[in-house]
Write a protein that binds this ligand. Structure first.
Ligand code: NAD
Length: 503
């Protein structure tokens, strides 16, 4: 932990460029969302820092890309082991930086079972990302066809692209950053990564392990800072031919414009407004408990969280009654207390934005059934200035309202009835987003029919957040361009070439 005279009580992060920690002269304050206090100073990098990082990545590329996938995998697996050995420190840091719980006993929804988050999901998944891609790149094959009538054989080869620019958001900081770094380096690219300025600490901690893991200097470079300065410089750098971005649709639009003159390869994983559709034949216990989890986990700050629930009219009153009761049991408070399901939202600005949607819904005549507006939370003294908000359930919002159309990205969910399959599908598809959907029914035929008709990159039926990393992840419509996952990441981080041989 580096400290200076000026920042005696704060953690001061440094960029990691060419295998060295490099101090930055300007810093941004980063807050502990559970207390509202500054706890960390993040480099406010700009074009100079990005230039140095891209240069270091360019220099490292020839050697790293010439290594075999197995050699690269050894280094990645060593890093995974080192991260796993620091699981507790990383989990505590992620919780403090982002506001999420370290680990929760989700007592209401899954009796006795510890489910979320930093200790049980974020850090283990970050470790898994390195292990998964170190192995998965060993198993892809390329294509070969023959044209006997012309005496030709065609085959494809794949090569790393070069310096990859990787930009990630604040909601699952290390989990999503490593989901990009791992496939990029496994396929032989070198990287310049920029985590969110609001949650940079675990990325910086990971950098401390890279040398011991065996990463040569310059293979992984970390430049901290804001989107408009550091992020923009990275996207606009002519020697960064590919950018993998996860974040909001608005930022993706700017990135697309900025990179267009260079014809960059882009992967864009964006926002969602995910529906859950509950038919009258569903297992209601399962539907309620899982939909509470899918709506409120990580304070609702997961791109895959349910935002709109549509319930078949005949069971609508019963569903609402049970759902609101379960939402009230979803505890919010200090992230270190395992009896809480949710911690704090990431920032004051974000909390205000999320609350403003509840205010808007009220002003439009909708009914807030629980959550925002009820008695204040009873919080420990040190958390009274934190950014907390109760799980909030709203009924009767018009489909055209901004509350139903815009991504809220907080612990707020709207519930409305539907009549029949066509109505459910039309409502589910009635937004500009298309990331994820869940469908609850016991009718196998309907499972397939409805899943096929929903405009979403991921459809979970009778479950949520079950992921096989081999399969494509990503969104349709305004939720993204491209897919990530085993084969898709392999394709994105490599260039393919078709070679024809006449024999
Ligand atoms: P954001 O778009 O504000 O920021 C994301 C990243 O982009 C940050 O690192 C930020 O500094 C950077 N950035 C901002 N402006 C930039 C610019 N002009 N040029 C380059 N980089 C820039 O998003 P956020 O608020 O950090 O994250 C929340 C959003 O991310 C939500 O919309 C959520 O749905 C989405 N998200 C999507 C997925 C997915 O897989 N589809 C996963 C997690 C989060």
């Amino acid at each position: 932990m580096s400290k200076t005279a000026d920042h005696r009580t704060h953690l001061v992060l440094e960029n990691y460029i060419g295998g060295k920690f490099v101090p930055c002269s300007r810093h941004i304050d980063s807050y502990d969302p559970s207390t509202g206090e500054v706890y960390c100073k993040v480099p406010d990098s700009g074009t100079d820092e990005v230039e140095a990082a891209v240069q270091a990545a360019r220099e490292a590329f020839p050697d790293w890309s010439a290594r075999s996938p197995a050699e690269r995998g050894q280094v990645m697996n060593k890093l995974a082991d080192l991260m796993e050995a620091q699981l507790e420190e990383l989990a505590q840091a992620e919780s403090r930086d982002q506001g999420k719980t370290v680990s929760s006993r989700v007592s209401v929804c899954v009796p006795g079972k510890t489910v979320m988050f930093a200790r049980t999901v974020d850090v283990p998944r970050a470790v898994d990302n390195f292990r998964f891609f170190s192995s998965s790149v060993l198993h892809h094959t390329t294509d070969c066809t023959t044209m006997d009538h012309l005496g030709c054989v065609n085959y494809t080869v794949r090569s790393p692209v070069g310096v990859a620019g990787l930009i990630s958001p604040w909601n699952l900081p290390l989990y999503l950053l490593t989901w990009k770094i791992a496939p990029a380096v496994a396929t032989g690219n070198t990287v310049v990564a920029k985590p969110s300025e609001m949650t940079s600490v675990t990325a910086w901690m990971m950098c401390k392990l890279l040398e011991e893991a065996g990463f040569p200097p310059g293979v992984v470079n970390m430049v901290f800072g804001t989107g408009p300065r550091a992020g923009d410089a990275l996207v606009g750098h002519p020697d960064v031919p590919l950018v993998s971005f996860t974040g909001s649709t608005a930022t993706a639009q700017r990135i697309t414009e900025r990179s267009a003159p260079f014809c960059k390869k882009l992967s864009l994983e964006l926002g969602g407004k995910n529906p859950a559709i509950v038919f009258s034949d569903a297992d209601l216990d399962q539907a309620v408990t899982t939909t509470v989890r899918s709506s409120f986990s990580n304070q609702g700050e997961i791109c895959l969280c349910t935002s709109r629930i549509y319930v078949e009219r005949s069971i609508y009153p019963e569903f609402l009654k049970r759902f609101v009761a379960a939402a009230r049991e979803w505890k919010t408070g200090a992230p270190s207390d395992p009896d809480n399901n949710n911690g704090a939202l990431v920032s004051r600005e974000h909390l205000e934005k999320v609350r403003s949607f509840v205010t808007l819904a009220r002003s439009e005549g909708a009914t807030v059934l629980c959550g925002e507006g009820e008695d204040p939370l009873l919080l420990p003294q040190r958390n009274t200035s934190g950014y907390f908000m109760r799980p909030t359930v709203i009924a009767g919002v018009a489909e055209s309202s901004r509350v139903m159309q815009d991504e809220i990205f907080g612990p707020v969910v709207c519930v409305n009835p539907f009549d029949g399959e066509d109505d459910a599908v039309a409502k589910g598809n009635g937004v500009r987003y298309g990331l994820a959907a869940t469908v609850w029914t016991r009718d196998v035929g309907r499972v397939h029919r409805v899943a096929r008709r929903l405009e979403a990159g991921l459809v979970w039926t009778n479950c949520w957040l079950v992921r096989d990393l081999n399969l494509p992840f990503g969104g349709m419509k305004n939720s993204g361009v491209g897919r990530e996952g085993g084969r898709d990441s392999y394709h994105f981080f490599t260039e393919v070439k078709t070679i024809t041989v006449k024999h």
